[in-house]
Design a binder for this molecule. Structure first.
Ligand SMILES: Nc1ncnc2c1ncn2[C@@H]1O[C@H](COP(=O)(O)OP(=O)(O)OP(=O)(O)O)[C@@H](O)[C@H]1O
Ligand SMILES: [Mg+2]
Length: 326
């Protein structure tokens, strides 16, 4: 186990309220260097709010958030700016400047935050774009590239200053399954090549299981389960005929992970104030038909990691398989 000094992020007893609503209710979470932590949970459970605390754009009402050993709320603007250079953020839209080419979007960050001369900046831009497989599109403008390419360009920008942590909020949102799989692979590649820690908020279970080293399941502003990916896989693949060995919370997490609308609790509850709906933070009506969580890349056999999962796990372990640039 890393000592406290070795965590890149430490969140201790974080409480955040908006008016009467307690959105984060005593979160404890530590992120190790180089690991990929996936944060999951139903819509509105506080994932993005948690991320905003990690980047210092919100401060806790109680508890504290430390990045690289510094309590963010105690830092002045200049110190916070220095810390901000050590992490990159991939926003949902890529957050590119429309009037600048892809290359200039990346160059701008380097011009603003470094004293490097133009030739070196050009060189750095090429390296960053190559990392996300977008060097050829350097002269294109955001309006001329696809959603997946925008995400890649946003990522190149997030990488501009060689961050030690990358934050992603729903990196696959709005992408088709193939493009979203390629973004997953990019996250894995970058983690391996650059050794950055990644914190990824996602609804997309296939993606979560592909990229995660550890996972945190949030519910109503609390961490319901925090563990290695394998522990979540075990729960997801837990046999149906042994469900009674799991407590109610575990059964529901299993249901969430599988994207099953019909879980044992859903079948038992007749609708009024369903614990399942309440716990998962989703509309009760969605539990009685259709899926609670939409996955776009279902595992063909829920009994074990097959297909895409297997391929990506192998690629994460460094096998040549899965290295194709899809
Ligand atoms: N600045 C704010 N002011 C007031 N309420 C807020 C603010 N930001 C978030 N909230 C509320 O906090 C709750 C959690 O929001 P958050 O965006 O963190 O959820 P989320 O888990 O990211 O959801 P989603 O999966 O839909 O993105 C929501 O009820 C939201 O309305
Ligand atoms: Mg969100």
């Amino acid at each position: 186990m890393p000592t406290d000094d070795e965590y890149v992020i430490e969140i201790e007893n974080l409480v955040k309220r908006f008016g009467d609503q307690t959105v984060l209710d005593g979160i404890n979470l530590k992120i190790k260097p180089g690991e990929t932590m996936v944060i999951m949970g139903g819509s509105g459970c506080g994932k993005s709010t948690l991320l905003r605390h990690m980047i210092g754009s919100l401060h806790p009402d109680e508890g504290r958030v430390k990045l690289f050993g510094h309590v963010l709320a105690d830092l002045g603007e200049d110190e916070l700016d220095d810390i901000r250079k050590k992490f990159g953020i991939l926003f949902q839209s890529g957050a590119l400047f429309q009037s600048l080419s892809v290359g200039d979007n990346v160059a701008l960050i380097l011009e603003e935050h470094t004293d490097l001369d133009a030739a070196i900046i050009d060189f750095m831009v090429k390296i960053k774009l190559e990392l996300v497989d977008l060097r050829e599109a350097s002269h294109k403008f955001p309006a001329q590239i696809s959603g997946g390419m925008k995400k890649r360009a946003g990522l190149a920008r997030a990488l501009a200053l060689d961050p030690r942590i990358l934050f992603y909020d729903e990196p696959s949102a709005g992408l088709d399954p193939v493009t979203s799989a390629s973004i997953d692979r990019l996250i894995i590649d970058l983690t391996q090549k650059l050794g950055v820690a990644s914190v990824v908020v996602t609804h997309e279970m296939d993606s979560a299981f592909t990229i995660a080293d550890r996972m945190a399941m949030l519910n109503k502003g609390q961490v319901l389960m925090l563990d290695e990916r394998e522990a979540f896989e075990k729960l997801r693949d837990w046999p149906h005929d042994r469900l009674d060995e799991l407590d109610e919370t575990k059964q529901l997490i299993r249901q969430f992970l599988r994207g099953d609308a019909e879980g044992p609790l859903t079948e038992e509850s007749t609708g009024e104030s369903s614990y399942a709906a309440d716990l998962l933070g989703i509309d009760n009506s969605k539990l009685t038909g259709g899926r609670s969580i939409q996955t776009t890349r279902r595992v063909p056999n829920p009994g074990g990691p097959k297909g895409l999962f297997k391929k990506f796990r192998r690629s994460k372990q460094g096998s040549p398989e899965g290295q194709d640039k899809s």
